[in-house]
Design a protein around this ligand. Structure first.
Ligand code: HSE
Length: 415
């Protein structure tokens, strides 16, 4: 029997214990080893849990027990998870995690430490919940040059947008429901402000491009400013609004990396990814588009990915799985102001649509009106052709100086 430990008995941690216990026999058959859980670390008490003999409040119990070979860190946050993970890897134990914040901020360092100590640091659950994406990118698609990854990477915001669009539910009610279902982060601002998706795209970019792309290099914008009117204009245009994490390699070898709400054409493979589901599109030079789809948050989907990493570590106890990236710096990323894309803009002013159209056509390129029944007469919504982000900002500022209010500005995706 190989002994494991679970650090953190929250939504995901309790799911990991449940999955490992319930599938004990089938896992043992596949792994050719039984996996035991010797410790569960948590500072809280769980008097009703059937696992009383396993709970500890002392990290040292796990660190100093030579029988424990694999540890699941499902505590979340950087501290104390970073210190614990480092010490476990240094002591020769493999660590698996769903902690995207830690992987996104300290991944290069922790992978290096794992390599130096001939152990594994695996994080399949950190992106896409139950969807396999880390292994496919690092193994199955390894022969490709990945040109682009674009995904709906946050279940909570996708759930909220879907409820708003389909059921006219308020933002607050939909968020409360996502929290109740265990999808949201401890601080849901990380979901709705786009930081969670930012961490995930930074992990995928680091994996594919071989250099750590830190979350602070990712242009990040959440969904808090999206209104039902924008949703209706997106529909009139022929699509939907989704929070997209996207990274593209540009001709000069820099990366265009962003998380922001985008207009997605109804024909896109990501347009019908709804509720808590995530969808990740990987554009490879040999494969073309490959799409991964499944539940991106929630107890058992995420626990399933963590448990699979534990199994993989048990199968590779004295071998390293190749998973690696070097440290990186900001020079790998194209400054957002220089990136180029088309945009949807909605303006209002005390004048008619014709005057607004003429002014828009003077300031922006390739202006096309979006016609929507029931729209306000003093309002004008349009799409542009490709423009530099800095030029879009300048044109929007000129529109405001002229007397219009720029109500919305949303990127249009090429997906
Ligand atoms: N809060 C995250 C989400 C959990 O909603 O996607 C899974 O990473």
């Amino acid at each position: 029997m190989v002994q494991a430990a679970v650090m953190g008995y929250g939504v995901v941690g309790s799911g990991v214990v449940e999955v490992l216990m319930e599938h004990k026999d089938s896992i043992a058959r596949r792994t050719k080893e039984e996996i035991g859980i010797k410790y569960i670390l948590d500072i809280r008490d769980f008097p009703d849990s059937p696992f009383q003999d396993k709970f500890t409040k002392s990290f040292e119990d796990i660190l100093n027990d030579d029988e424990v070979k694999v540890v699941a860190e499902v505590m979340g946050g950087v501290n104390p998870a970073y210190d614990f993970t480092k010490r476990l890897l240094e002591s020769g134990k493999s660590v698996v995690t769903s902690n995207k914040e830690l992987v996104a901020t300290k991944g290069a360092e922790l992978l290096r430490i794992a390599k130096e100590h001939n152990v594994n640091y695996l994080f399949e659950a950190s992106v896409g919940g139950g969807i396999p994406i880390i292994r496919p990118l690092s193994q199955c698609l390894a022969a490709n040059d990945v040109i682009e990854i674009a995904g709906i990477l946050n279940g909570t915001t996708n759930f909220i947008l879907t409820k708003m669009i389909r059921e006219n539910m308020s933002f607050e009610d939909a968020l409360a429901m996502a929290q109740k279902l265990g999808y949201a982060e401890r601080n849901p601002a990380a979901d709705v402000e786009g930081h969670d998706a930012g961490r995930k795209i930074s992990i995928l970019a680091s994996l594919v491009y071989g250099k750590h792309v830190y979350p602070q290099y990712v242009h990040t914008q959440g969904i808090t400013k999206i209104t039902l009117d924008d949703v209706r204009y997106a529909s009139a245009w022929g699509g939907v609004i989704k929070l997209i994490g996207q990274v593209k390699r540009l001709d000069d070898d820099t990366l265009d990396i962003t998380v922001e709400p985008m207009f997605i054409s109804r024909d896109s493979q990501l347009a019908n990814v709804d509720d808590v589901f995530n969808g990740i599109l990987v554009r490879g030079d040999s494969t073309g588009d490959v799409v991964f789809y499944g539940k991106g948050a929630g107890k058992l989907p995420t626990a399933s990915a963590v448990a699979a990493d534990i199994i993989d570590c048990v199968k590779h106890l004295n071998k390293r799985k190749y998973l690696d990236w070097a440290d990186g710096d900001e020079s790998i990323v194209k400054p957002y102001e220089e990136t180029v894309y088309p945009v949807y803009i909605r303006v209002s002013a005390d004048c008619d649509k014709k005057q607004l159209f003429d002014k828009a056509a003077e300031l922006f390129t390739d202006v096309k009106e979006i016609v929507r029944s029931g729209s306000d007469n003093n309002e004008f919504a349009f799409t542009t052709g490709d423009m530099k982000a800095a030029d879009i900002e300048k044109a929007a500022a000129s529109f405001e100086e002229w007397g219009a209010k720029v109500v919305s500005k949303i990127r249009i995706a090429d997906l």
